[in-house]
Design a protein around this ligand. Structure first.
Ligand SMILES: [Zn+2]
Length: 499
């Protein structure tokens, strides 16, 4: 049963549209149910909010969820779990639609103070073991958890470069990425100057050795750290693009390693890496876009893999990919052109015989490379790189977004605020799960990406209509390639380009 607070939560945007169409949609769903008991669970994305709620209404009308599920023995375990999740989400959405617009607006609020409280409490509980940085527990990082812990992070710094997950642990790329992003988020001179970039560069080069961790996440964390610290060069980038290219699957998404299944986290890591090394056009971007766009489910949130359940953390992993794709649409268009119209630029993966890895040591390499790849389509700022791979990340975000959001941004905010948000503070994967720091980080990152998805220029304040709930819900914009607050990125750019 839902408590009183949950009962009051609502979404104003569904309001009258939902009420007007509910009865028609319910009737239509009941008719379909007779013939297609499984298929009806999948509904069109463009009607996610309204249609999913009406679909859900059938199962609560006369029977409990379990009874209803028992009547569908042909479903797999995952399908049964999917129906359970849909029912839980539907319960929340039905309550929301039953309250006044004022209550709906109130209940779609981001409980900022509660989240700060939850995170602060987490920091206080870290104690001397700092297991929050442990790679086994938190493989994908939640930098802002460490905001007050610069002095502790410094203890993690390995003398040979890189940062470990805990006392006595070897440096690791994922924890290095977390530590560097945290220091950049802190942004103070003390924080930034504590990073020994020479040692870190040597550490990253050592990780390219075959004895290091080899997968797309490792590639991303290494390249991201090097880029944001202005130490990315052709030596580090060498062959990384070839490896990631081998990880793009037949579905269009990117897997953790060649031959594995396409996955939201790895798709973000792979695409962001390819952008940072100026080789994004080598990927099959139309099929990548297609795969990610269809990972947004009837609940409004994203799933990480095909036929898996919705999960709040993919609000950033998948939502972030689509934010990046908004700035890559000219290349998508180019790749979709018939070869006869496209001349030499027609074939994916072979648009240019020159790759960044071929250009090591050539001062104007990137300029030549970018011109070959993008012709006059891509922004002038990239063409003016003068050979520095490190500048790509900062120039990329200044590119004008080419389109409206490539996902249903309101539905995603709705899922994050109403299904993932815990009123006592923190965020969770989905209803029925427990909150944790990892999901708190990536739900907030996804919320930020979603709120700014209508802004043509990075960091430009979105219109109130782009922000679900009160405008006070608006978060700081993040840099979608690094998942670091945009201001922190600019500050580090200034700091490391002059130091
Ligand atoms: Zn998750």
């Amino acid at each position: 049963m839902m408590d009183g607070v949950q009962r009051r939560r609502s979404r104003y945007f569904l309001g009258s549209i939902y009420k007007a169409r509910r009865s028609r949609a319910s009737k239509k769903t009941k008719e379909k149910q007779k013939e297609e008991p499984i298929k009806e669970a999948r509904l069109p994305l463009d009607s996610v909010a309204m249609e999913s709620s009406s679909s859900f209404s059938r199962s609560s009308a006369s029977a409990s969820p379990n009874t209803n599920l028992d009547q569908q023995p042909r479903l797999t375990v995952t399908q049964l779990m999917q129906l359970e999740v849909e029912e839980k989400v539907a319960q929340i959405y039905r309550v929301l639609n039953g309250v006044s617009p004022h209550s709906q607006s109130l209940m779609s609020e981001l409980w900022r103070d509660k989240h700060v409280e939850f995170l602060t409490r987490g920091l206080e509980q870290l104690g001397p073991s700092y297991h929050v940085l442990d790679a086994k527990i938190a493989p994908s990082i939640f930098p802002f958890v460490f905001l007050c812990f610069l002095h502790l992070l410094d203890l993690r710094k390995d003398k040979d470069g890189g940062y470990g997950g805990g006392p006595g642990q070897l440096p690791h790329l994922a924890t290095t990425y977390a530590a560097v992003n945290t220091l950049i988020t802190l942004g103070s001179e003390n924080a930034l100057s504590s990073i020994n970039r020479d040692n870190l560069y040597k550490f990253l080069l050592r990780m390219k050795d075959s004895s290091g961790e080899i997968d797309v996440r490792a590639s991303y964390t290494a390249i991201s750290v090097a880029s944001i610290l202005n130490i990315l060069d052709y030596e580090l980038a060498k062959d990384v693009g070839n490896y990631i290219l081998r990880c793009q699957t037949y579905e269009g998404g990117i897997a953790g390693e060649p031959g594995s299944e396409a996955h939201g986290g790895y798709t973000f890591c792979g695409l962001a890496t390819m952008i940072l090394i100026n080789e994004a056009d080598r990927l099959d971007l139309p099929s990548l876009l297609d795969w990610v766009a269809f990972r947004q489910g009837v609940e409004g949130g994203f799933q990480g893999r095909t036929n898996k359940l919705v999960d709040g953390c993919y609000s950033f992993w998948q939502g972030g990919v689509l934010a990046l794709m908004q700035r890559l649409l000219p290349i998508v268009d180019m790749q979709l052109m018939p070869s006869s119209d496209n001349g030499e630029l027609s074939s994916i993966g072979s648009t240019c015989s020159i790759k960044s890895s071929d250009l090591a040591g050539q001062g104007s390499g990137t300029k030549i490379h970018a011109m070959c790849f993008y012709g006059t389509i891509l922004c002038q700022s990239i063409l003016n790189l003068q050979g520095k791979l490190s500048d790509i990340g900062f120039h990329f975000v200044k590119r004008h977004a080419e389109s409206v959001p490539l996902f249903h941004s309101t539905a995603l905010q709705q899922y994050i605020l109403l299904c993932s948000q815990v009123l006592e503070g923190g965020f969770k994967d989905k209803p029925g799960k427990y909150r944790d720091f990892y999901h708190s980080c990536y739900c907030l990152s996804g919320l930020s990406v979603s709120q700014y998805s209508w802004s043509k220029d990075a960091g430009a304040s979105p219109l109130p209509t782009a922000v679900l709930g009160p405008y006070s819900n608006l978060l700081e914009p993040i840099h979608p390639l690094y998942n670091v607050v945009l201001d922190g990125c600019y500050k580090s750019l200034d700091f490391f380009s002059t130091s």
